[in-house]
Design a binder for this molecule. Structure first.
Ligand SMILES: [Zn+2]
Length: 401
Protein backbone atom coordinates (compact mmCIF):
# COMPACT_ATOMS: atom_id res chain seq x y z
CA UNK A 1 0.00 0.00 0.00
CA UNK A 2 1.43 3.39 -0.83
CA UNK A 3 0.60 6.78 0.56
CA UNK A 4 -1.44 9.13 -1.60
CA UNK A 5 0.65 11.59 -3.58
CA UNK A 6 0.07 15.27 -2.97
CA UNK A 7 0.35 17.90 -5.71
CA UNK A 8 3.69 19.01 -4.26
CA UNK A 9 4.96 15.46 -4.72
CA UNK A 10 5.25 14.65 -1.03
CA UNK A 11 3.40 11.67 0.29
CA UNK A 12 0.38 12.29 2.50
CA UNK A 13 -0.42 9.41 4.78
CA UNK A 14 -3.88 8.69 6.04
CA UNK A 15 -3.51 8.22 9.77
CA UNK A 16 -6.03 6.68 12.17
CA UNK A 17 -5.68 7.74 15.81
CA UNK A 18 -7.41 5.47 18.31
CA UNK A 19 -9.15 7.57 20.93
CA UNK A 20 -12.23 8.03 23.04
CA UNK A 21 -12.58 9.86 26.37
CA UNK A 22 -13.68 6.60 28.03
CA UNK A 23 -10.67 4.71 26.68
CA UNK A 24 -8.22 7.32 27.97
CA UNK A 25 -9.96 7.37 31.35
CA UNK A 26 -9.64 3.59 31.61
CA UNK A 27 -5.94 3.68 30.68
CA UNK A 28 -5.27 6.48 33.19
CA UNK A 29 -6.06 4.06 36.00
CA UNK A 30 -2.96 1.97 35.33
CA UNK A 31 -1.04 2.38 38.58
CA UNK A 32 2.46 2.35 37.05
CA UNK A 33 1.69 5.20 34.65
CA UNK A 34 -1.10 7.23 36.30
CA UNK A 35 -2.70 9.82 34.01
CA UNK A 36 -0.14 9.19 31.31
CA UNK A 37 -2.74 8.46 28.66
CA UNK A 38 -4.44 11.80 29.37
CA UNK A 39 -1.15 13.70 29.26
CA UNK A 40 -0.19 12.18 25.91
CA UNK A 41 -3.59 12.79 24.34
CA UNK A 42 -3.87 16.34 25.72
CA UNK A 43 -0.51 17.36 24.27
CA UNK A 44 -1.34 15.87 20.85
CA UNK A 45 -4.66 17.73 20.96
CA UNK A 46 -3.08 20.99 22.18
CA UNK A 47 -0.71 21.00 19.22
CA UNK A 48 -3.71 20.76 16.87
CA UNK A 49 -2.73 17.38 15.45
CA UNK A 50 -6.15 15.71 15.79
CA UNK A 51 -7.54 17.62 12.81
CA UNK A 52 -5.01 15.91 10.53
CA UNK A 53 -6.01 12.36 11.54
CA UNK A 54 -9.14 10.22 11.58
CA UNK A 55 -10.02 9.86 15.22
CA UNK A 56 -11.36 6.33 15.64
CA UNK A 57 -13.27 5.17 18.71
CA UNK A 58 -11.95 1.84 19.99
CA UNK A 59 -14.07 -1.11 20.96
CA UNK A 60 -13.33 -3.53 23.78
CA UNK A 61 -11.88 -6.94 22.94
CA UNK A 62 -14.13 -9.91 23.59
CA UNK A 63 -13.04 -12.83 25.73
CA UNK A 64 -12.75 -14.92 22.54
CA UNK A 65 -10.49 -12.33 20.90
CA UNK A 66 -8.19 -12.18 23.92
CA UNK A 67 -8.16 -15.98 23.93
CA UNK A 68 -6.56 -15.93 20.48
CA UNK A 69 -3.34 -15.57 22.50
CA UNK A 70 -4.08 -15.81 26.22
CA UNK A 71 -5.19 -19.00 27.93
CA UNK A 72 -8.75 -19.37 29.17
CA UNK A 73 -7.54 -20.03 32.72
CA UNK A 74 -5.53 -16.76 32.77
CA UNK A 75 -8.41 -14.70 31.37
CA UNK A 76 -10.95 -16.30 33.72
CA UNK A 77 -8.71 -15.61 36.71
CA UNK A 78 -8.16 -11.99 35.62
CA UNK A 79 -11.92 -11.62 35.25
CA UNK A 80 -12.58 -13.14 38.68
CA UNK A 81 -10.17 -10.96 40.67
CA UNK A 82 -11.09 -7.86 38.69
CA UNK A 83 -14.58 -7.75 40.25
CA UNK A 84 -13.38 -6.51 43.63
CA UNK A 85 -9.68 -5.86 43.03
CA UNK A 86 -8.74 -8.86 45.16
CA UNK A 87 -4.96 -8.72 45.67
CA UNK A 88 -4.84 -11.70 48.04
CA UNK A 89 -6.11 -14.52 45.85
CA UNK A 90 -3.63 -17.38 46.38
CA UNK A 91 -3.79 -18.35 42.69
CA UNK A 92 -2.70 -14.90 41.49
CA UNK A 93 1.03 -15.52 41.89
CA UNK A 94 0.79 -18.40 39.39
CA UNK A 95 -0.45 -15.90 36.82
CA UNK A 96 2.21 -13.27 37.48
CA UNK A 97 -0.23 -11.04 39.30
CA UNK A 98 1.03 -9.24 42.38
CA UNK A 99 4.10 -7.10 42.93
CA UNK A 100 4.92 -5.87 39.40
CA UNK A 101 1.39 -6.30 38.13
CA UNK A 102 -0.87 -5.29 41.00
CA UNK A 103 -4.53 -6.24 40.90
CA UNK A 104 -6.91 -3.32 40.90
CA UNK A 105 -10.65 -3.28 40.51
CA UNK A 106 -11.60 -3.30 36.83
CA UNK A 107 -8.25 -4.66 35.62
CA UNK A 108 -10.05 -7.04 33.26
CA UNK A 109 -11.93 -4.14 31.65
CA UNK A 110 -8.62 -2.31 31.27
CA UNK A 111 -7.10 -5.34 29.51
CA UNK A 112 -10.13 -5.68 27.24
CA UNK A 113 -9.99 -1.96 26.42
CA UNK A 114 -6.28 -1.97 25.50
CA UNK A 115 -6.58 -5.20 23.52
CA UNK A 116 -9.66 -3.90 21.73
CA UNK A 117 -7.98 -0.60 20.88
CA UNK A 118 -5.06 -2.33 19.17
CA UNK A 119 -7.49 -4.65 17.35
CA UNK A 120 -9.44 -1.56 16.22
CA UNK A 121 -6.20 -0.05 14.90
CA UNK A 122 -5.38 -3.26 13.03
CA UNK A 123 -8.88 -3.36 11.53
CA UNK A 124 -8.47 0.20 10.20
CA UNK A 125 -5.40 -1.05 8.32
CA UNK A 126 -7.11 -4.23 7.09
CA UNK A 127 -10.06 -2.17 5.82
CA UNK A 128 -7.63 0.23 4.08
CA UNK A 129 -9.06 3.17 5.97
CA UNK A 130 -5.53 4.37 6.67
CA UNK A 131 -1.86 3.67 6.02
CA UNK A 132 -0.80 4.23 9.63
CA UNK A 133 -2.83 3.45 12.78
CA UNK A 134 -1.76 4.68 16.22
CA UNK A 135 -2.62 3.42 19.72
CA UNK A 136 -0.26 5.15 22.13
CA UNK A 137 -1.93 3.52 25.15
CA UNK A 138 -1.02 0.06 23.80
CA UNK A 139 2.27 -1.77 23.39
CA UNK A 140 2.29 -4.04 26.45
CA UNK A 141 4.93 -6.38 25.10
CA UNK A 142 5.86 -8.40 28.22
CA UNK A 143 2.55 -10.21 28.86
CA UNK A 144 2.70 -13.97 28.26
CA UNK A 145 -0.15 -16.23 27.23
CA UNK A 146 -0.83 -17.29 30.82
CA UNK A 147 1.01 -14.67 32.83
CA UNK A 148 1.03 -10.92 33.49
CA UNK A 149 4.55 -9.49 33.48
CA UNK A 150 6.35 -6.15 33.75
CA UNK A 151 3.23 -3.97 34.13
CA UNK A 152 1.59 -5.82 31.19
CA UNK A 153 -1.71 -7.65 31.74
CA UNK A 154 -2.58 -8.30 28.11
CA UNK A 155 -0.28 -8.52 25.12
CA UNK A 156 -2.12 -6.25 22.73
CA UNK A 157 0.88 -6.26 20.38
CA UNK A 158 0.48 -10.02 19.87
CA UNK A 159 -3.29 -9.61 19.31
CA UNK A 160 -2.58 -6.84 16.76
CA UNK A 161 -0.09 -9.01 14.87
CA UNK A 162 -2.52 -11.94 14.81
CA UNK A 163 -5.20 -9.63 13.39
CA UNK A 164 -2.81 -8.28 10.71
CA UNK A 165 -1.93 -11.86 9.81
CA UNK A 166 -5.55 -12.42 8.72
CA UNK A 167 -4.66 -10.43 5.61
CA UNK A 168 -0.89 -10.11 5.44
CA UNK A 169 1.34 -13.12 4.90
CA UNK A 170 4.44 -11.74 6.63
CA UNK A 171 4.21 -9.29 9.51
CA UNK A 172 7.27 -7.59 10.98
CA UNK A 173 7.38 -6.60 14.66
CA UNK A 174 9.87 -3.86 15.58
CA UNK A 175 10.40 -3.02 19.25
CA UNK A 176 12.44 0.04 20.30
CA UNK A 177 11.36 0.04 23.97
CA UNK A 178 14.23 0.02 26.49
CA UNK A 179 13.24 -3.51 27.50
CA UNK A 180 13.34 -6.69 25.45
CA UNK A 181 10.01 -7.47 23.75
CA UNK A 182 10.01 -10.94 25.30
CA UNK A 183 6.27 -11.63 25.26
CA UNK A 184 5.96 -10.94 21.53
CA UNK A 185 9.15 -12.81 20.62
CA UNK A 186 8.01 -15.83 22.63
CA UNK A 187 4.52 -15.78 21.08
CA UNK A 188 5.98 -16.05 17.57
CA UNK A 189 9.25 -17.85 18.25
CA UNK A 190 8.15 -20.94 16.31
CA UNK A 191 6.80 -19.28 13.16
CA UNK A 192 8.41 -17.95 10.00
CA UNK A 193 5.41 -15.72 9.29
CA UNK A 194 6.25 -13.12 11.94
CA UNK A 195 9.74 -11.73 12.34
CA UNK A 196 10.41 -9.99 15.65
CA UNK A 197 13.18 -7.41 16.04
CA UNK A 198 13.96 -5.92 19.45
CA UNK A 199 16.63 -3.34 20.33
CA UNK A 200 17.03 -3.14 24.09
CA UNK A 201 19.24 -2.81 27.12
CA UNK A 202 20.78 -6.20 27.88
CA UNK A 203 22.64 -6.34 31.13
CA UNK A 204 22.89 -8.76 34.06
CA UNK A 205 19.92 -8.32 36.37
CA UNK A 206 18.04 -6.00 34.03
CA UNK A 207 14.41 -6.94 33.34
CA UNK A 208 13.35 -9.22 31.69
CA UNK A 209 16.79 -10.79 31.30
CA UNK A 210 16.16 -12.22 27.81
CA UNK A 211 17.04 -10.91 24.34
CA UNK A 212 20.58 -12.17 23.89
CA UNK A 213 22.13 -11.69 20.46
CA UNK A 214 22.25 -15.47 20.12
CA UNK A 215 18.49 -15.90 20.60
CA UNK A 216 17.17 -16.19 17.05
CA UNK A 217 13.93 -18.17 17.26
CA UNK A 218 13.09 -21.87 17.41
CA UNK A 219 12.01 -24.63 15.04
CA UNK A 220 10.41 -23.15 11.91
CA UNK A 221 10.90 -19.74 13.49
CA UNK A 222 14.67 -20.06 13.71
CA UNK A 223 16.34 -16.92 12.29
CA UNK A 224 13.02 -15.08 12.54
CA UNK A 225 13.82 -13.41 15.86
CA UNK A 226 16.44 -10.67 15.88
CA UNK A 227 17.84 -9.29 19.12
CA UNK A 228 20.03 -6.21 19.38
CA UNK A 229 21.51 -5.96 22.90
CA UNK A 230 22.77 -2.51 23.86
CA UNK A 231 24.50 -0.90 26.83
CA UNK A 232 23.59 2.22 28.81
CA UNK A 233 24.00 5.72 27.48
CA UNK A 234 23.34 5.22 23.76
CA UNK A 235 22.33 8.41 21.96
CA UNK A 236 20.36 9.20 18.80
CA UNK A 237 23.12 9.01 16.18
CA UNK A 238 24.57 5.65 17.09
CA UNK A 239 21.18 4.14 17.81
CA UNK A 240 19.98 5.20 14.36
CA UNK A 241 23.13 3.79 12.80
CA UNK A 242 22.58 0.40 14.43
CA UNK A 243 18.84 0.49 13.70
CA UNK A 244 19.23 1.17 9.98
CA UNK A 245 22.01 -1.40 9.55
CA UNK A 246 19.82 -4.08 11.11
CA UNK A 247 16.56 -3.03 9.46
CA UNK A 248 18.02 -2.96 5.95
CA UNK A 249 18.97 -6.61 6.38
CA UNK A 250 15.65 -7.49 7.97
CA UNK A 251 13.67 -5.91 5.17
CA UNK A 252 15.63 -7.49 2.35
CA UNK A 253 15.52 -10.95 3.93
CA UNK A 254 11.97 -11.01 5.29
CA UNK A 255 10.17 -8.75 2.79
CA UNK A 256 7.33 -7.86 5.20
CA UNK A 257 3.83 -6.97 4.04
CA UNK A 258 2.88 -5.07 7.20
CA UNK A 259 4.68 -3.70 10.26
CA UNK A 260 3.75 -3.34 13.90
CA UNK A 261 6.11 -1.06 15.83
CA UNK A 262 6.32 -0.73 19.60
CA UNK A 263 7.71 2.71 20.45
CA UNK A 264 8.21 2.58 24.22
CA UNK A 265 9.60 5.90 25.47
CA UNK A 266 11.61 4.61 28.43
CA UNK A 267 14.73 5.08 26.26
CA UNK A 268 14.40 8.85 26.63
CA UNK A 269 16.96 10.92 28.49
CA UNK A 270 15.39 11.80 31.84
CA UNK A 271 13.44 8.56 32.21
CA UNK A 272 13.61 7.09 35.73
CA UNK A 273 15.01 3.90 34.14
CA UNK A 274 18.13 6.03 33.68
CA UNK A 275 19.59 3.80 30.97
CA UNK A 276 19.57 5.05 27.38
CA UNK A 277 20.06 8.70 26.46
CA UNK A 278 17.75 9.17 23.50
CA UNK A 279 15.58 12.04 22.31
CA UNK A 280 12.37 11.98 20.22
CA UNK A 281 14.40 13.10 17.19
CA UNK A 282 16.36 9.84 17.12
CA UNK A 283 13.28 7.67 17.56
CA UNK A 284 11.47 9.62 14.83
CA UNK A 285 14.35 8.93 12.45
CA UNK A 286 14.00 5.21 13.15
CA UNK A 287 10.23 5.40 12.66
CA UNK A 288 10.63 7.27 9.37
CA UNK A 289 13.09 4.65 8.17
CA UNK A 290 10.34 2.05 8.57
CA UNK A 291 7.50 4.26 7.27
CA UNK A 292 9.34 5.03 4.03
CA UNK A 293 8.82 1.37 3.08
CA UNK A 294 5.18 2.44 2.66
CA UNK A 295 3.74 -0.66 4.28
CA UNK A 296 0.61 -0.68 6.46
CA UNK A 297 1.97 0.30 9.88
CA UNK A 298 0.46 -0.11 13.34
CA UNK A 299 2.19 2.06 15.96
CA UNK A 300 1.98 1.36 19.68
CA UNK A 301 3.37 2.98 22.81
CA UNK A 302 4.84 0.92 25.64
CA UNK A 303 7.11 1.93 28.52
CA UNK A 304 7.83 5.55 29.44
CA UNK A 305 7.97 6.50 33.10
CA UNK A 306 8.83 10.18 32.85
CA UNK A 307 5.29 11.18 31.95
CA UNK A 308 6.11 14.57 30.42
CA UNK A 309 8.94 13.16 28.29
CA UNK A 310 6.75 10.31 27.14
CA UNK A 311 4.08 12.79 26.05
CA UNK A 312 6.77 14.89 24.32
CA UNK A 313 8.08 11.82 22.51
CA UNK A 314 4.77 10.43 21.25
CA UNK A 315 3.50 13.90 20.28
CA UNK A 316 6.69 14.49 18.30
CA UNK A 317 6.33 11.07 16.65
CA UNK A 318 2.68 11.76 15.76
CA UNK A 319 3.72 15.03 14.11
CA UNK A 320 6.52 13.21 12.30
CA UNK A 321 4.08 10.63 10.90
CA UNK A 322 1.88 13.51 9.68
CA UNK A 323 4.81 15.45 8.23
CA UNK A 324 4.15 18.38 10.56
CA UNK A 325 6.68 20.59 12.31
CA UNK A 326 5.77 21.65 15.83
CA UNK A 327 6.68 24.79 17.76
CA UNK A 328 9.19 24.24 20.57
CA UNK A 329 6.93 26.01 23.03
CA UNK A 330 4.50 23.69 24.78
CA UNK A 331 1.02 25.14 24.13
CA UNK A 332 -1.14 26.11 27.06
CA UNK A 333 -3.32 23.17 28.06
CA UNK A 334 -4.51 21.17 31.06
CA UNK A 335 -1.11 19.66 31.89
CA UNK A 336 1.06 22.68 30.95
CA UNK A 337 2.67 22.92 34.39
CA UNK A 338 4.09 19.39 34.06
CA UNK A 339 6.50 20.61 31.37
CA UNK A 340 8.54 23.01 33.50
CA UNK A 341 11.03 24.45 33.99
CA UNK A 342 11.66 24.99 30.27
CA UNK A 343 8.16 24.31 28.84
CA UNK A 344 9.85 23.10 25.70
CA UNK A 345 8.99 20.16 23.43
CA UNK A 346 12.64 19.19 23.05
CA UNK A 347 14.42 16.70 25.29
CA UNK A 348 18.13 17.30 25.81
CA UNK A 349 20.43 14.32 26.23
CA UNK A 350 22.12 14.13 29.62
CA UNK A 351 25.90 14.12 29.96
CA UNK A 352 26.07 10.47 31.03
CA UNK A 353 28.70 8.44 29.14
CA UNK A 354 27.83 6.11 26.28
CA UNK A 355 28.86 2.62 27.43
CA UNK A 356 28.55 1.11 23.95
CA UNK A 357 31.97 0.83 22.47
CA UNK A 358 32.18 0.88 18.69
CA UNK A 359 33.70 -2.59 18.49
CA UNK A 360 30.75 -4.03 20.44
CA UNK A 361 28.23 -2.38 18.12
CA UNK A 362 30.11 -3.51 15.02
CA UNK A 363 30.16 -7.04 16.37
CA UNK A 364 26.42 -6.96 17.03
CA UNK A 365 25.69 -5.72 13.50
CA UNK A 366 28.05 -8.14 11.81
CA UNK A 367 26.68 -11.08 13.83
CA UNK A 368 23.14 -10.23 12.73
CA UNK A 369 24.22 -9.80 9.11
CA UNK A 370 26.09 -13.08 9.38
CA UNK A 371 22.99 -14.76 10.71
CA UNK A 372 21.18 -13.77 7.53
CA UNK A 373 23.92 -14.30 4.97
CA UNK A 374 26.26 -16.99 6.12
CA UNK A 375 24.44 -19.35 8.39
CA UNK A 376 27.07 -22.07 8.75
CA UNK A 377 26.19 -25.09 6.64
CA UNK A 378 26.70 -27.41 9.59
CA UNK A 379 24.04 -25.51 11.52
CA UNK A 380 21.54 -25.84 8.68
CA UNK A 381 22.28 -29.56 8.42
CA UNK A 382 22.00 -29.94 12.15
CA UNK A 383 18.74 -28.05 12.13
CA UNK A 384 17.29 -30.04 9.23
CA UNK A 385 18.17 -33.26 10.99
CA UNK A 386 16.68 -32.10 14.26
CA UNK A 387 13.36 -31.12 12.72
CA UNK A 388 12.87 -34.16 10.46
CA UNK A 389 12.34 -32.33 7.23
CA UNK A 390 11.56 -28.98 8.82
CA UNK A 391 12.61 -25.85 7.04
CA UNK A 392 15.91 -24.22 7.75
CA UNK A 393 15.83 -20.47 7.96
CA UNK A 394 16.57 -18.38 4.92
CA UNK A 395 17.49 -21.25 2.65
CA UNK A 396 13.75 -21.64 2.10
CA UNK A 397 12.83 -17.98 2.14
CA UNK A 398 11.18 -18.02 -1.24
CA UNK A 399 9.00 -20.92 -0.25
CA UNK A 400 7.26 -19.99 3.00
CA UNK A 401 5.10 -22.54 4.70
ZN1 LIG B 1 10.13 -0.74 28.74
Amino acid sequence: MSGRERSDGSSKRRVAYIYSPEYIETCDTLSKVPNRASMVHSLIEAYGLLQHMSVVKPRAATMEEMAMFHTDSYLQHLHKISQDGDNDDPQSADFGLGYDCPVVEGIFDYAAAVGGATLTAAECLLDQKCEVAINWAGGWHHAKKDEASGFCYINDAVLGILKLREKYERVLYVDVDLHHGDGVEEAFSFTSKVMTVSLHKFSPGFFPGTGDLRDTGLGKGRWYAVNVPLEDGIQDDRYFQVFTSVMQEVRSQFNPEAVLMQLGADTMAGDPMCSFNMTPVGVAQCLQHVLQWQLPALLLGGGGYNMANTARCWTFLTASVLGKTLSSEIPDHEFFTEYGPDYSLEISPSCRPDRNDSKHLERVISTIKGMFHSIPVYLIKLFKNSTAGGKAGFSVKGNPD
